[in-house]
Design a binder for this molecule. Sequence first.
Ligand SMILES: [Zn+2]
Length: 367
Amino acid sequence: MRRENARLIALVLLIECRPPITIYKQLESGAHAVGCAGSECGDSNRVVSVTYLGVSGLLIEHERRVLLTAPFFSNPSLGMVRPRMTRLLRSTPRIASDTLLIERLLPRSADRATAILVGHGHYDHLMDIPYIAIRRATKSRIFGGPSVRHMLMGDSTLRSNGGQRVVAISLAEAGARNRRGAWYYTTDSAYRFMALVAGHAPTYRALKNSYLFTPGSVDVDLDSLPRTAAEWKLGEPYAYLIDVLSDDRKATVFRIYFQDAPSEPPLGFPPTEVLAERAVDLAVLCGATSSNVPNTPDSLLKVLKPSQVIVGHWEDFFRQQTLPIQPSPGTELGELRESLTKSLAPSVPWVMPLPQTTFRFRETERK
Ligand SMILES: [Zn+2]
């Protein structure tokens, strides 16, 4: 057995053998709640609602117009997706969307989505999207990096009509700290969003060893969708700035920062000048593996200065979300809490919600 394989097995065993804990109630900062309730929310027709769907899935709704991020419900077991570590172990099994679970867990309002944003190509961000886009959110376009598009072209329905439902955002169009990226608009002009060049934290890290699950890009259109977890490649990781637009489509009424993987700073930071134009109302962060990159998420939060924070992708996504919810093997609750406390003012609330929790937000100042 090669030495790095032995190390990987030791890391996996170390992390997987921790005793499970069940989370019955959302963890939150305490002093103030995230979102608004009742009359605090102002005109109920103008409320921005954000439902945490589990993993990196969000359902954002404003004036009945819907945008989705990386919906994923199939949650195959770790045994089905773990990397092949030695020739002695059998190869990674085939995985596929659990369409019954999707139908049970994806809210009906998702059918009105005009856009689905995805940050990278791993199976837990992309595998359920073909079913959802074809059977449910049939008017949606899917946005991601070039590898995301190349993999989705493996689906014959998405490939039809020139594959126009899947939009590849090139690295040149994505923003970075010192470079403004391109704004994309949904077909109903209810939202605009900018991709941000990001990274992806190592999947495992212990002592001096780290391991990243299925890195690499896909550079040509596939003939069929990937069949194993290892075939859903990382691709080009992006975070997004998402602006909810006013009903006349001229002003931003709410700004969301969304990441579906923690990045090594300053990757994933929005352009300084775009942040100066309008503050971030809500930051949605990835909890899993955030302690595998230094100063994360505190350095990002110091730049974003969000008014409120939701920590997503924290729960164990190797088990169905219909079972009691446990933290993911890669989520270090103590370190995450410490990082949030270090970077956020006491007046800024954060929450680690249970899947299927909806938060309501009042529109903020129009800019
Ligand atoms: Zn990933």
